[in-house]
Design a protein around this ligand. Structure first.
Ligand SMILES: Cc1cc2nc3c(=O)[nH]c(=O)nc-3n(C[C@H](O)[C@H](O)[C@H](O)COP(=O)(O)O)c2cc1C
Length: 485
């Protein structure tokens, strides 16, 4: 049972602890629900929710959670279309592949948009179910096409905060303002090699999905931008198309993607970049911007929380500690091996500057008993395929049309579309790899996709948090530890 609770008035009313958004599916609704009901801000990841929804339905939706959420979707016919199309009673055959969805384009089909709206509604609805804690959703700005319809789905489920990283999310506040009033919104797309004078845009009109009398009143969620420097904080304040309510200041030890190093690089022409002191954000300058902020990246301890607060932060955002808890979306066997490796002193987290098609550095871990795509042999054995396409980049076909390519797709396709061959070297399919890590790996002709593990550099919380006799802990234990309860 939930009790009525007054709506939050400002971002300063948001909790001290934010459970970081972790895609794909690592911070799913179950984790966000568990963290929100224990006083943190639970964040669901928005990445790949359309495929996640379809795959859960095709696995038979064992506990009925997805279908329960679908039954609450405000436009029942739309929800029914999705359920009828994808739900398989008892689940698909183990060796059968999941449905392959058409790749989304800037000029999105109505079916793709509906699926995104519904899938995001389901995730946020379930994260909010049964308690009155706040829930947010995390987007990567580098995955532009999916964001606007997904935000509408999240707002239909009354999401409290929208958090966006991996880029400079200048257009998000305006999107939130527009959708809250059911107005058409758009977003410019960054198209490689396009003439500066040509602007490519994605347009979205929320009003086409229902009749006027079927439009619920929508709350404008708080908008927090993930930044790694004071320069981006200032840029957001000056150039964003609406109100920025706060910031997550993420340091480079954080899990997932990181901002590229700003200044450090060895002397040799092919030397890899590396992080140094200059990549540490200037917290005082960020505080001077005058918005509430949370610090992320190696802050998973009560002492670091205090330190952040002494520096003027409202609190901290924590990822790895929640990814490793029993409520996370990581497959249990993957979590177990990570715990075992940490306890044995053999866990190594690498910053891979080549793996991600986004071009951003990406943290990766290789396991001993489970094949992951980050291991050289597995990578070399896998046939390249781009059947999910979230990280595709855009290239110009004409002044009004764009093409799509991913540097981890088959090299000859990438090159045929004008991609530079050298940019495909070492590129890994994060889309398929990360879905496999949460138990939703596609069955390809060559076998099930291998997982890909990401986490932050700092696992030292495992030495201090109270774990049970099997070495495990829950999201509630993590929050109690951070708050010194
Ligand atoms: C498994 C994993 C996946 C992540 N995925 C995302 C993501 O999709 N979007 C994002 O903004 N941050 C992502 N992060 C970063 C977290 O939200 C958080 O900021 C970071 O992990 C904090 O550092 P910590 O892991 O040292 O606590 C991810 C982190 C992990 C561990």
């Amino acid at each position: 049972m939930t009790t009525d609770k007054p709506e939050l008035q400002s971002a300063t009313d948001l909790p001290t602890i934010i459970q970081g958004g972790m895609g794909i599916g690592a911070s799913h609704w179950k984790l966000a629900n568990a963290t929100s009901r224990n006083g943190a801000l639970g964040i669901v990841s928005a990445v790949a929710l359309d495929n996640i929804l379809v795959r859960r339905l095709q696995l038979g939706d064992e506990d009925g959670d997805v279908r329960r959420a679908l039954a609450h979707f405000p436009w029942p016919e739309m929800a029914k279309r999705v359920e009828d199309k994808y739900f398989i009673e008892g689940g698909k055959e183990k060796d059968a592949p999941f449905a392959v969805l058409p790749l989304v384009k800037a000029d999105m089909s109505r079916t793709s948009a509906e699926l995104l709206i519904i899938a995001t509604f389901v995730e946020v609805f379930l994260a909010k179910e049964g308690h009155n804690g706040a829930v947010g959703i995390n987007f990567l700005y580098k995955i532009p096409l999916y964001i606007i319809p997904s935000i509408l789905g999240a707002m239909l489920a009354n999401v409290d905060a929208v958090i966006v990283g991996a880029g400079v999310p200048l257009s998000i506040p305006g999107t939130l303002d527009g959708l809250a009033e059911w107005k058409p919104v758009d977003r410019s797309l960054s198209v490689d090699e396009a003439a500066a004078s040509v602007v490519y845009k994605q347009y979205f009109d929320p009003s086409i999905f229902c009749y006027e009398d079927e439009r619920p009143k929508l709350k404008r969620p708080f908008f927090l931008a993930i930044i790694s420097s004071e320069i981006i904080a200032k840029t957001m304040m000056r150039r964003a198309n609406g109100e920025v309510d706060g910031f997550i200041v993420e340091k480079y030890v954080a899990g997932g993607h990181n901002a590229p190093p700003r200044k450090e690089r060895g002397a040799a022409p092919d030397a890899k970049p590396y992080y140094g002191e200059k990549d540490d954000p200037d917290i005082t300058r960020i505080q001077n911007v005058g918005k509430p902020f949370w610090i992320a990246g190696g802050y998973a301890s009560p002492e670091k929380l205090l330190e952040a607060q002494e520096e003027g932060a409202q609190g901290i955002q924590v990822g790895t500690m929640f990814a490793m808890c029993d409520d996370s979306g990581f497959l249990p066997e993957i979590r177990q091996e990570l715990l075992d490796k940490y306890d044995a002193g053999t866990l190594v987290v690498t910053t891979d500057f080549d793996a991600s098609p986004t071009g951003y550095p990406f943290k990766a871990i290789v396991l001993d008993t489970i094949d992951t795509i980050s291991s050289k042999e597995v990578y070399e054995k896998r046939s390249r395929i781009c059947d999910l396409g979230y990280l595709r980049e855009f290239y110009p076909i004409s002044d009004t049309e764009i093409g799509y390519r991913c540097s981890s797709e088959p090299v000859k396709n990438f090159v045929r579309k004008g991609g530079e061959e050298s940019r495909s070297f070492g590129k890994q399919c994060l889309c398929n790899g990360l879905l496999a890590t949460v138990g939703l790996g596609q069955v390809q002709k060559t076998g099930v996709e291998p997982p890909m593990i990401t986490a932050g550099d700092d696992f030292s919380f495992l030495d201090r948090i109270k774990r049970d006799e099997t070495g495990h802990y829950t999201a509630k234990d993590a929050i109690n530890y951070l708050l010194g309860r």
